[in-house]
Design a protein around this ligand. Sequence first.
Ligand code: NAD
Length: 252
Amino acid sequence: MDIVTGQLRLRGKLALVTGAAQGIGEATVRRLASEGARVVCVDLDDKVVAMAQAVGGETLAIVGDVTDVTVLRAAVQETERRWGRIDILVNNAGIDGAPALLADGEDRDFDRVIDVNLRACWLAMKLVLPGMVAGGGGAIVNVASVAALIGFETLSIYSASKAALVGMTRTAALEYGRHNIRVNALCPGGVLTPLALSFMDEGTTQAWADKHALKRFAEPEEIAAAVAFLASNDASFITGAAIPVDGGMTAH
Ligand SMILES: NC(=O)c1ccc[n+]([C@@H]2O[C@H](COP(=O)([O-])OP(=O)(O)OC[C@H]3O[C@@H](n4cnc5c(N)ncnc54)[C@H](O)[C@@H]3O)[C@@H](O)[C@H]2O)c1
């Protein structure tokens, strides 16, 4: 809520969120919708349909793989056909790949992680930017990771994908700032979602929590709050930034 006007911060905005079925993506959809945005939710998992229905309002679900350009193109075209434009893109879909020392990594894992975490974000930005330019502005939030900023043993491919996403974010911000388009990356620390649970063995959960100054994981809603901030006019002078939302993990 804007304390000056009393209006919802994202009222009338149109947002597209990838990886929306669960975790940070789902929390982001709920947060953006609660702030007045209409949200298009894309996910591989068809539970995104029930999630979008539960959120209600003008929320649309699209089931598909973000690495497939025809899926992304259809999502952008359908959104623009229905609602005229896209103001906010949240590139959130991501995977961590199988944990492995660098020399033990598999080619297919490298290709899939880069495809989902980097190439799909590039494709989505390519598809929405012309409409944002024509519409006079927009905000893009790329969900990276603290793994873009510091190393994590057994996550070399994931780290590389997220560091590359930060590099792409900074360059896109330079290229499109003149069109009033802001492009930022968010670098979460550990967030209690199915993805995080997949790389923690039983017994290592507390050790992971202890890597954060706050000695705990984030709830997905705490990341969604930062996404909503970056997507809103409250962040009107923030672009090209890679913002840690990491409970102090990178404060060492
Ligand atoms: N959870 C963490 O600790 C953490 C930390 C830092 C960054 N992140 C990043 O946050 C983002 C969301 O992570 P999360 O923890 O919510 O993960 P999650 O696994 O809980 O949810 C990811 C969602 O993305 C969807 N998805 C995956 N690949 C897809 C594809 N090819 N096409 C369409 N949808 C796809 C999944 O179906 C799932 O619904 C990811 O980019 C992740 O790298 C997570």
